[in-house]
Write a protein that binds this ligand. Structure first.
Ligand code: ADP
Ligand code: 5GP
Length: 214
């Protein structure tokens, strides 16, 4: 059996990252995508209009409400939700194609999205919860983020505790105090999860050869 991924492709994994807003999941996810070219972000479908800087197929798949309802009826979503009167969903086929091509797919979702993805694809999901080092640090990060205001910070701080309560549902929890240390933990999780037996396509044949069956 070769160790070369190109000759013997592994199955990708679904890396599901949640956190209270401001704890640093976007920062950590971006670092992972910058380091690993075979880690891609899941592109959701939505019925909301594109913002000026957004591109169809890159930021979201922009769909009409009729199209979205048809996709629900045809069970084309791994999960979907109505947020602020608009629909959002994770297309099943895109994710499956990426996993089969040996790429890992990142999901930035709340605990309910994480639960739904795990229900649909239990063998493929690896879930990570990012915690802030303290409530004070979380608030400081929210305030420092461009475009934040007092009301938004207050609302997110209220929502934060409700999100943190679900930390036990996750496979891993990372306290994001020093960014480099937190990132090193995340990349180790990715690297070790990639080597899980179920994800190594070539193992079945390798063992059959060892046993003289082929
Ligand atoms: P989330 O995606 O969880 O809402 P972000 O990744 O947008 O959070 O991070 C919120 C803010 O905190 C950003 O301004 C980011 O640069 C900053 N940040 C992220 N991780 C750290 C860290 N370990 N130490 C200090 N600031 C951080
Ligand atoms: P926005 O319109 O600002 O891009 O996103 C609004 C909200 O929708 C965010 O809270 C975001 O996490 C959520 N969202 C985006 N895509 C999906 C998705 O595929 N599924 C679910 N459940 N929520 C999503």
């Amino acid at each position: 059996m070769s160790n070369d991924a190109a000759e013997d492709p592994r199955r990708g994994l679904m890396l599901v990252i949640s956190s209270p807003s401001g704890a640093g999941k976007t920062t950590l996810a971006r670092k992972l995508m910058a380091e690993f070219e075979d880690v891609v972000l899941s592109v959701s479908a939505t019925t909301r209009s594109p913002r000026p800087n957004e591109t169809d197929g890159v930021d979201y798949h922009f769909r009409s409400e009729t199209e979205f309802r048809q996709m629900i009826a045809k069970r084309e979503f791994l999960e979907w939700a109505k947020v602020f009167d608009r629909y959002y969903g994770t297309p099943r086929a895109d994710t499956v194609a990426e996993l089969e091509a040996g790429r890992d797919v990142l999901f930035d979702v709340d605990w309910q999205g994480a639960d739904a993805l795990h229900d649909q694809m239990p063998n493929d999901c690896v879930s990570v919860f990012v915690l802030p080092p303290s409530i004070e640090a979380l608030e400081a990060r929210l305030r420092a983020r461009p475009g934040s205001d007092d009301e938004m910070v207050a609302r997110r701080m209220r929502d934060a505790k409700a999100e943190i309560l679900h930390w036990r549902r996750y496979d891993y929890c990372i306290v994001n105090d020093d960014l480099e240390i937190a990132y090193e933990k995340l990349r180790r999780i990715l690297l070790v999860e990639r080597t899980k037996r179920l994800r190594e396509h070539g193992l079945e044949d390798h063992v059959r050869r060892l046993l003289g069956e082929v």
